[in-house]
Design a binder for this molecule. Structure first.
Ligand SMILES: [Zn+2]
Length: 357
C-alpha cells in the first residue's frame, strides 16, 4: 500500500536502538555456511535438495539486501552470491551496518566468542548462565558468582537469561537458599541445566536492579518451543521488580503483548522473527501492536553472524511499521503525529528509557 510521504520519510531516517543483537562472523564464509546461517531452527547443513535462499528470510535477502550490493531487487541467488563474494568483507559489513541506521547497539556477547564487535556506540548485556559456568567448581559458588556479577554489572546495561534453552521457562522460580545452590552446583556438570541454578542467577541479577532480558519463543532446536512460552514466567514476573524484556517471543508475541499490558515492568520485542518471517513480518509487526502499550515494545534484530541480518531486521521493521501505521492513518484510526510517536517509542525511545542510554 502507499505509505503517506511524511510517515515514509520518517521511517526511512529514524535512528534505531537495536536492543538485542550479536556481532558478525570474522570471515564471509562459503555459500553452504551462509545458507545454513539463514535457518534459525536447524543447525544445518542445508540438504542438497533445497536452498537457504528459499526460506522466507532468503527471499527477503534477495529483495532487500541485493540493492545494497548494486543489484536489482530480487536478483537471483547465484547473482547475489557472486556480488557478495566480489565485495571485500569489511566493505560488505560497513555497507550493511550503515544502511541499518542504528544509533546504538545493545550486544549479547555470550553466545560465541570470536564474533567481530559491533561499532560504537554500543552497550553490553551479561549472559547469566555463562557467568555462572565460569565459577562452577569454586569453593563458594554463590559468593564467587556474586563477585563476578558485581564486576560485570559495572560495565553492563542489562543481564540476560537463556533459561528457555537450558531448562524451559516452566520451572520453580522461587529464590533458592545459598545452601541449596551449593548442593546443586556440586551436582552440576560444566553446562548449567539445573532449574534451581537458573532461578538463582536470575534472582541475583534482579537484585542488582539491572534490566533482565529473557529469551522466549523461537530459537534453534536445542530449545523446546512448548516450554518457551513467556506465560510460564508469571510466577517470576509477580516477584521481581526490575524491567523484564521478553525477547523475540514468536509465536507467543500475543502472549507477550498481554504480559506487557498486565505488568508495568514488562516489555517485549519481535526481533529474530522480524527477519525470519520475511514478507510476513508486516503481519507480525501488526500483531505486536495489538494489545501492549506503545511504551512497552522495543526494536531488536537479534542478528547473529551474517551481516545481512543486521540490516534486514531494520529494513523489514521500517517497512512493516509503514504498512501497518499507514493503514491506520488511511482508515482514520490515528493521525500522523500519533504514528510518528509510536514509531519513535519503539525505534529508540523505550530502549533509551529502560536501559538508561
Ligand atoms: Zn540473541
Amino acid at each position: 500500500m502507499a505509505v503517506p510521504d511524511e510517515l515514509a520519510e520518517h521511517l526511512r531516517t529514524v535512528r534505531l536502538v537495536d536492543h538485542h543483537v550479536h556481532g558478525w562472523f570474522t570471515s564471509p564464509g562459503d555459500r553452504p555456511s551462509f545458507e545454513a546461517a539463514l535457518n534459525e531452527g536447524s543447525p544445518g547443513p542445508v540438504p542438497a535438495w533445497m536452498s537457504g535462499f528459499d526460506l522466507p528470510v532468503g527471499l527477503a535477502v534477495r529483495r532487500w539486501c541485493a540493492p545494497l550490493l548494486g543489484l536489482p531487487a530480487l536478483a537471483s541467488a547465484d547473482d547475489y552470491w557472486a556480488a557478495r563474494s566480489a565485495t571485500p568483507y569489511d566493505e560488505l559489513v560497513r555497507t550493511f551496518v550503515e544502511a541499518a541506521g542504528v544509533e546504538h547497539w545493545v550486544v549479547d556477547n555470550g553466545l560465541t566468542p570470536g564474533l567481530l564487535d559491533l561499532p560504537e556506540p554500543r552497550s553490553e548485556v551479561v549472559r547469566l548462565e555463562v557467568l555462572l559456568e565460569e565459577v562452577i567448581g569454586a569453593d563458594d559458588v554463590p559468593g564467587a558468582f556474586r563477585a563476578r556479577l558485581d564486576d560485570a554489572a559495572v560495565r553492563a546495561v542489562g543481564t540476560k537469561t537463556i533459561a528457555a534453552y537450558r531448562t524451559g521457562l516452566d520451572i520453580d522460580w522461587s529464590r533458592p537458599t545459598d545452601a541449596a545452590v551449593v548442593a546443586a552446583a556440586l551436582a552440576s556438570g560444566p553446562r548449567v541445566v539445573d532449574p534451581l541454578l537458573v532461578a538463582f542467577v536470575v534472582h541475583e541479577a534482579a537484585a542488582r536492579g539491572l534490566p533482565l532480558q529473557v529469551h522466549t519463543g523461537l530459537g534453534d532446536r536445542d530449545l523446546d518451543l512448548r516450554r518457551a512460552d513467556p506465560l510460564h514466567l508469571l510466577p517470576l514476573l509477580r516477584t521481581v521488580e526490575v524491567p523484564v524484556l521478553l525477547l523475540h517471543c514468536y509465536p507467543f508475541h500475543r502472549q507477550a503483548g498481554y504480559l506487557a499490558q498486565a505488568f508495568d515492568h514488562v516489555s517485549f520485542d519481535v526481533g529474530l522473527a522480524v527477519n525470519h518471517l520475511g514478507a510476513r513480518s508486516v503481519e507480525l509487526v501488526a500483531e505486536s501492536l495489538e494489545l501492549a502499550p506503545y511504551a512497552k515494545q522495543l526494536y531488536s534484530s537479534d542478528a547473529y553472524g551474517v551481516p545481512e541480518l543486521h540490516v534486514l531486521g531494520s529494513l523489514l521493521w521500517r517497512r512493516a511499521m509503514g504498512e501497518v501505521l499507514g493503514g491506520w492513518l488511511a482508515r482514520g484510526d490515528c493521525g500522523l503525529d500519533d504514528a510518528v510517536r509510536i514509531v519513535d517509542l519503539v525505534a529508540a525511545g523505550n530502549a533509551r528509557r529502560v536501559y538508561g542510554l
